[in-house]
Ligand binder design. Structure first.
Ligand code: ADP
Ligand code: MG
Length: 295
């Protein structure tokens, strides 16, 4: 379970995020390639305790099929290194690559995987995610869709920015914006459900609902003042999908459903049961995108 730094070599960069970088690396003893997330951290005892707590959750969740497996980690003076199973792509990169909406049937499977993972984190580990967005939803060559980056990234961003606003503004639920009373969070796991709703619209339309905003402040003002976004009426989606997204994006979080009701929503039930060859779809869209690029 433990990885040692001396045993790993860098192969390349997979991506850069808000709190660090992710590298493709090889673990020499096992010849396994993995994704290594390197995050900087502040050095305080309290931070350390929380990081270890969150890494513990990560560690315990490594067998859940819809959560990216954590292979091992180590904490250094100014960094935390987390070794994860290497996935093929995240949905953020995928959308940019294929430049077209993701079909509803694929989003059904994405919804099934993501909601199941979030519900597992809540029920079995007692944590919420706080940073649900397409770059944290990954796909592998076999068409498995998995969630990554819960807890730990939130803790690091929070301690770094000295605020409780971990997570990306564009996916942030209205209740997470604005002052909290006596530093008590005025939100719960339903904030993650809002983020999923925004991600679903973005992936289903190839356009983020708050895309034309210049700053995080603009985004947050719109989230708080405007009616929640919906799937556009002129595009063809099933009524069940529209209704599911509308449920995720109920502005008053006290009215928004939690995982139980969401998992009995017809869109969720149908997506769970419907056979969809996600791997084949992925293979085809990636091949087409590469072909176009080569031309
Ligand atoms: P963010 O999620 O904010 O984009 P991260 O630092 O979490 O930033 O990740 C950067 C990029 O690294 C992601 O966009 C994703 O494409 C890639 N990545 C992260 N984890 C993995 C993984 N386990 N396998 C493959 N790619 C990954
Ligand atoms: Mg991430």
């Amino acid at each position: 379970q433990l990885i040692e730094q001396k045993d790993i070599v860098k192969i390349g960069l997979l991506g850069v995020g808000s709190c660090g970088e992710v590298f493709k690396m090889e673990h020499k003893p096992s010849k396994m390639t993995l994704a290594m997330k390197v995050m900087s951290r502040t050095v305080s005892d309290e931070d350390n305790k929380r990081i270890i707590m969150d890494l513990d959750v990560l560690d315990k969740s490594h067998n859940f099929p819809h959560i990216v497996r954590c292979i091992g980690y180590f904490i250094r003076q100014t960094e935390v290194w987390i070794g994860m199973e290497l996935m093929a792509c995240c949905f953020d990169k995928l959308l940019k690559l294929i430049k077209q909406p993701i079909p509803e049937s694929i989003l059904g499977k994405l919804t099934y995987s993501t909601v199941t993972a979030l519900n597992y984190l809540k029920e079995k580990q007692g944590v919420m995610h706080r940073d649900v967005k397409p770059s944290n939803i990954l796909i592998d060559e076999n068409g498995n869709i998995k969630l990554c980056d819960f807890g730990i990234s939130g803790v690091l961003v929070e301690s770094k920015a000295k605020s409780r606003k971990a997570g990306c503004a564009a996916y942030m639920a209205p209740e997470r914006i604005g002052p909290s009373v006596a530093d008590k969070p005025n939100y719960d796991i339903r904030a993650d459900i809002w983020s999923l709703g925004i991600a679903l619209i973005e992936l289903a339309t190839n356009a983020h609902p708050y895309a034309n905003c210049q700053t995080d402040f603009d985004v947050m003002s719109r989230i708080v003042t405007e009616e929640p976004p919906q799937l556009p009426a002129d595009l063809s989606f099933s009524d069940d999908f529209r209704s599911f997204v509308n449920n995720c994006l109920i502005k008053d979080y006290q009215q928004r459903p939690k995982y139980g009701p969401l998992m009995s929503h017809p869109f969720f039930v149908q997506s769970t049961e419907q056979p969809v060859d996600v791997a084949e779809w992925y293979r085809v869209v990636i091949a087409k995108a590469r072909q176009k690029r080569a031309q």
